[in-house]
Design a protein around this ligand. Structure first.
Ligand code: HAM
Length: 416
């Protein structure tokens, strides 16, 4: 074989695609219930859009983006996430002009050049939603509740929600100063990665995966103790609304997230069913992002969830989508009947019924085996005898019963 798929990418095979369609349909139904409308943005954008939104110093922008120069020498990047593109589209198309609150959802592939492992790919899929135009805690909680509703609708119950407030442009710089000062006192004991972050992005040090870093920073000051009044009130309201909605959560003052655009609420939904890559979904508020990208000051909040990770849980728990097998398989007993079989299969399909027949000129025995393999609900064998009498025996392949059917009634029979 000369070519293989690129490291960190995966085919979604025919045997898996019904599971994907099931997840996508469930997700769309829930988004619809919350009155979010789909937005589809291009898969590639100007590199600057992501560098500006996600932050130059983040891992995503610093080392994970698929960036290239196109033939016009423009720097292009395959989108590593959806929020930046949605904000670009929101500004460019004046989506906020006709409505005070824009509620959109998206689904599609994202690209990050990370080290592939279970649950971590280089082309992966996300579904996500953004509510743009509202500063209220009610909106944060709608976003969180909607993400959780999708997991519930899929039968996934084993997850936990962690929330934090990362402050705003007023209280965060003050806290960062205090934290960097405290971190500098232990700098030489921290991992190399964390040492690099002390000055520019000290909050990420608290999020370090290094066990020694975790121990060393266990008693460092937390942002939640330094929030200004507005941020603190907002956080209190989020917590009390989550409680009112009956959504359990834990406050994790060390939750920072790997994207720089967040203000106030940040959250993550994790599952113990996953290995080290345990984040099912993440999100938060980004009140400065639209302005940062050249739009009018517009607050926003959203989330995104990894579909491959969700699939891993569905598989582990044996959650199967409803199967979409043919309703009827029509087998031709002889060559003379083939044309009737083909045209009748076609008429059934035109009438909206999933019908299958043989295209490989197989023996009757092989055709019946195929009908079983396809898990067709019914099978009908047609030969010269049936065509002459105008009647056939319709076999139910599930319970092995059979009944006589008048061939000219076949469409009405299946349309009932
Ligand atoms: P994120 O935390 O970078 O947030 O990604 C969201 C989810 O995408 C993760 O929780 C994970 O399930 C999945 N994911 C991320 N990277 C990979 C990967 N390499 N392989 C497989 N799955 C992955 C965002 O992307 C933000 N845009 C979320 C957001 C929306 N914030 C506000 N609005």
């Amino acid at each position: 074989m000369n070519y293989r798929s690129i490291k960190g990418t995966k085919d979604i095979l025919p045997s898996e695609s019904s599971q994907w369609q099931f997840v996508e349909q469930t997700m769309r139904d829930v988004f619809h219930r919350f009155n979010y409308k789909e937005i589809r943005t291009p898969i590639f954008e100007s590199t600057g859009l992501f560098a500006r939104s996600i932050g130059e110093l983040t891992d995503i922008v610093g080392k994970e983006m698929y960036t290239f120069e196109d033939r016009s020498k423009d720097s292009i990047t395959l989108r590593p996430e959806g929020t930046a593109s949605v904000m670009r589209s929101f500004i460019q198309n004046n989506l906020g002009e006709s409505q005070p609150l824009t509620k959109v959802y998206y689904i599609g592939p994202m690209f990050r050049q990370e080290r592939p492992q279970a649950g971590r790919l280089r082309q992966f899929h996300q579904f996500g939603a953004e509510a743009i135009g509202s500063p209220t805690a009610e909106t944060d909680v709608e976003i969180i509740a909607m993400a959780i509703e999708i997991y519930k609708a899929l039968g996934i119950t084993n997850y936990s929600l962690q929330i934090n407030s990362v402050g705003d442009e007023e209280c965060r710089p003050r806290y960062k100063e205090i934290l960097s000062t405290a971190l500098r006192t232990i700098a030489d004991k921290l991992s190399f990665e964390s040492q690099k972050r002390i000055d520019q992005n000290p909050m990420r040090v608290l999020d370090s995966k290094d066990e020694n870093d975790k121990l060393l920073t266990a008693s460092m000051p937390l942002i939640t103790d330094y929030l200004n009044e507005d941020c603190a009130n907002h956080f209190e309201r989020v917590k009390s609304l989550l409680t009112a909605y009956g959504i359990p959560f834990t406050v994790n003052g060390r939750l920072v997230r790997g994207l720089d655009y967040y203000t106030k609420t940040a959250f993550e939904i994790t599952s113990t069913e996953l290995g080290s890559q345990d984040a099912l979904a993440g999100g938060g508020r980004y009140d400065l992002l639209v302005k940062e990208l050249g739009g009018k000051q517009t607050p926003g909040v959203g989330f995104a969830a990894g579909i491959e990770r969700l699939m891993m849980i569905l598989e582990k728990k044996g959650i199967q989508p409803p199967q979409r097998n043919p309703k009827i398989f029509i087998a031709a007993a002889d060559e003379a009947s083939r044309e009737w079989v083909l045209t009748t299969t076609m008429r059934l399909r035109s009438a909206g019924i999933s019908a299958e027949t043989d295209l490989l000129s197989r023996s009757l025995k092989a055709q019946m085996k195929e009908a079983d393999r396809q898990r067709s609900e019914f099978a009908l064998v047609i030969g010269t005898m049936e065509l002459e009498s105008g009647k056939g025996l319709l076999k139910n392949l599930g319970d092995h019963t059979q009944q006589e059917i008048v061939l000219s009634d076949i469409l009405t029979f299946f349309q009932q």
